[in-house]
Design a protein around this ligand. Structure first.
Ligand code: HEC
Length: 155
């Protein structure tokens, strides 16, 4: 008698394992579609928002860094912190090229990185050069009324 009980118990345990295992399988079948592409409108909207946040208004990293670099001894921790926003901005461009392949963020990204490095080195000359070059990079996208358009004057 106890042997039968053991047999039944074992059988049940086996069934339990068997029933849980294959259930996981079919999930693999769903094809791993290429990452869904964001639509053009949301790409522009996200970039416009970040653009404003980064470059416009006296609290923006752009304006604050400009002010720091004019000082005899800039607050380098502040500059380094704020400069991260340009790197973030640079990353946000990655989707823009899907729709506007002629708007190259290359210069922007390069000079943003140089600015971050110079701030880390507390190197005023390099930081000022990088910041000036960063400002010149805007025209890669903002001239000719392309996406980003002509930059509106800062209030
Ligand atoms: C790689 C392309 C690219 C670069 C480089 C770039 N921008 Fe932009 N910018 C855009 C796009 C795209 C928008 C969103 C435009 C829209 O509304 O569709 C935008 C929007 C803006 C806006 C918001 C405009 C508004 O009033 O809505 C500001 C301000 C701005 N950019 C400033 C700058 C400044 C300053 C620089 C240089 C330091 C710069 N941008 C460099 C692509 C770029």
């Amino acid at each position: 008698m106890p042997r039968i009980v053991t047999a039944i118990a074992l059988f049940c345990a086996a069934m339990l394992v068997a029933s849980t295992l294959p259930a996981e399988e079919p999930k693999k079948e769903t094809p791993k579609k290429a990452e869904k592409q964001p639509d053009e409108k949301s790409v522009r909207k996200d970039i416009a928002k970040l653009m404003k946040q980064t470059h416009r208004g006296e609290k923006s990293p752009h304006v604050r860094i400009e002010a720091e670099l004019k000082k005899e001894t800039p607050d380098w921790d502040q500059v380094a912190k704020e400069a991260k926003a340009f790197d973030e901005m640079g990353k946000a461009f990655k989707n823009l090229g899907i729709y506007y392949p002629y708007t190259s963020p290359k210069n922007y990204i390069t000079h943003a990185a140089a600015l971050s490095k110079a701030a880390g080195d507390k190197d005023k000359k390099s930081a000022t050069e990088a910041f000036t070059a960063l400002n010149k990079s805007c025209v890669s996208c903002h001239s000719y009324g392309g996406p980003g358009g002509i930059l509106k004057p800062v209030k």
